[in-house]
Design a protein around this ligand. Structure first.
Ligand SMILES: [Zn+2]
Length: 58
């Protein structure tokens, strides 16, 4: 899992998070570099899904 991604002296990527909608872990992406602190869903579908009570992942 934690497979030596942090090169010494370089920038390491933040740890994985768990999606609040589907409960699966997802990894940091470049597009989230500015607001990773606020990212709580693995995808747009999951972000939309949290507002939809009928949404059922898997
Ligand atoms: Zn998700």
């Amino acid at each position: 899992m934690a497979h030596g991604r942090n090169a010494k002296g370089g920038r390491s990527t933040p740890p994985d998070k768990i999606c609040e909608t589907c409960g699966r872990p997802f990894s940091w992406r470049k597009k989230w570099e500015r607001d990773w602190d606020q990212v709580r869903y693995c995808s747009a579908a999951c972000r939309a899904g949290r507002d939809n009570p009928d949404f059922k992942p898997r």
